[in-house]
Design a binder for this molecule. Sequence first.
Ligand SMILES: Nc1ncnc2c1ncn2[C@@H]1O[C@H](COP(=O)(O)OP(=O)(O)OP(=O)(O)O)[C@@H](O)[C@H]1O
Ligand SMILES: [Mg+2]
Length: 271
Amino acid sequence: MLKWDIEFSHLDAGYGAHRVLSDVSAALPAGKISVILGESGSGKSTLLRHVTGLSRPLGGTVRIGGRDIFALSPAEFRRLRRQTGVLFQDGALLGALNLAKNVALPLSEHLPLPEHLLREAALRVLAMVGLEEFAEYYPNQLSGGMRKRAGLARAIIAEPRILLCDEPTSGLDPVTAARMDELLLAMHAQYPEMTLVVVSHDLAGFRAIAEHVLVIRNGGLIFAGTPESLLGSGEPYLRQFLERRSGDAGQTLHKPMNPRVHSELAKWLAS
Ligand SMILES: Nc1ncnc2c1ncn2[C@@H]1O[C@H](COP(=O)(O)OP(=O)(O)OP(=O)(O)O)[C@@H](O)[C@H]1O
Ligand SMILES: [Mg+2]
């Protein structure tokens, strides 16, 4: 199986006039786990949208396996998309379908396979994420962590060359988050050629899984390298980010509640 790396070159990205990322140049190595870190709103999901081709760059290029994905013919682009699995930030399961059917979607939408083979394929990946017994459950009958695991099962059912995971551990308790990290590592061991990209603001998680790290801030790339060199960095923002300190949060003065609202509220609470 071919390994594909992902390369951003002078990428400018945004929505209409709203520029989110400027001049990002970085490579995500093939067959490795890369973690993209940054504060909420820094543009991590936006960057992923440019790997899946959901958004077009305002400038610069995105290359996958050496090919500029926005210069491909529609047929070549569709072929590339088939090799990309995505775990969306919210799992993105369809409420009307049970887990087995949700997970089988990447196959059932495109392949003329009989029902029993689709189900077998779905049960195989559901077992990989520990959800085999929940095949008949609907998304609203599952916990957030289970939905994320099901989303992962769906993202890998077609054994893509590239797997993009948007915040696989956010909103999970530390134990469940650690299990998700273990699952990603197990996935990586099972498919060593797969290029994994994980977007996260979970610092514990990045230490557990990252082989390569990017950090984005204020619309630009401020770090690219190994987790060891990130942990050893003396750059103040990176240190602050790693130590989970918020620079000026303590100094922010919030306006007090309007006295009229305050007194009406107090009366109502006491009534
Ligand atoms: N579809 C969209 N249309 C317009 N603006 C958008 C869209 N999606 C994101 N943005 C804007 O782009 C900026 C970056 O958002 P993005 O979702 O990439 O951040 P993020 O780093 O993934 O944040 P989080 O950690 O909260 O998921 C934000 O200012 C956001 O308002
Ligand atoms: Mg996001």
